[in-house]
Design a protein around this ligand. Sequence first.
Ligand code: ADP
Ligand code: MG
Length: 345
Amino acid sequence: MVGKAKKKVKIEVEKNQDPLEEALVLMPEDEEGPEVGIEDLPGVGPATAEKLREAGFDELLALAVMSPADLADQAEIGEAVASKIIAASKKMANIGGFLSGGALLERRREVQKLSSKVQSIDDLLGGGFETQALVEVYGAFGSGKTQIGHQLAVNCTLPLESGGLDGDVFYIDTEDTFRPERITQMARGLDLDPDQVLSRIHVARAYNSAHQMLLVDEIKRMSKGLDVKMIIVDSLTSHFRAEYIGRGMLANRQQKLNKHLKELKQLADINNALVLVTNQVHSKPDAMWGDPTKPIGGHVLAHASTFRLYLRKAKAGRRIARLVDSPNLPDGECVYNVTQEGLKD
Ligand code: ADP
Ligand code: MG
């Protein structure tokens, strides 16, 4: 029933809308009137409300986009109760209706842009990295994906007038390549106090793909009282790639990856935040991973990403970023440098 409505929205409202943008499309219009919260849900007493909050659900919308099994699991409540809560949240959050183009535009107006502090990259992206979006940065080993992650983490803490989002960053590190020392260098490069910058970047090492997915729940829990403006997963695919080996595992892997991306996209929508994921290109062609110049992750990731940046090295230590498949910007390339102080034109 709901699925049908979503499909219609997808086709009729915006042709480029991908399935993972459903939550965005179905976001209710801002209405005047009393705020309704999770305590107002029928059948939700203080104890259940507390459980929901502890699991990181403090908004109707966050509940409305869950599946009963996942909500039951995460909030430690029965599945039947979860099912009722979701249904009620959908009603009360007024989700499921069509939005006018004007309402969509209104929601798009909330989109903020994070500057890379590199003019050529910002120009390529039409002004910077957009919130409510999932950006995939892909490239070979050493192409500079992690450098972009570090630089944007630093920039995110800048005030709005300096091109930042004045927000906190969650960094899921799967390859053990996060370096506070590098953050310090880049913060100094922008005349920022490194300790202050570091205090706003929350890092967790993910030990396997299941842990990586659990960390998204942890972000929901921890984000209370913080203004989360960016979530980085570096790298999105390495654990999945290492754990799901062989053709027989492919469907299972894609399903897990899809779920992970949906949860990340929800975080982006709910917090008006930017999600940045990194991804490696195939190092060698094989049946499982295909074309060596294509990012891994296949269709699932291609559909989930709002923007995709392909990085490669150029001559004399310079770097090239190519914008691929943007919904509203022309494809193009830009050149920049990675220096001690960070990314530079
Ligand atoms: P990826 O994540 O794509 O594998 P990285 O983002 O780790 O690649 O990029 C590593 C490269 O970044 C290094 O090879 C080096 O050229 C550059 N780099 C890293 N740290 C510095 C620094 N302090 N000063 C200048 N360049 C650096
Ligand atoms: Mg890296």
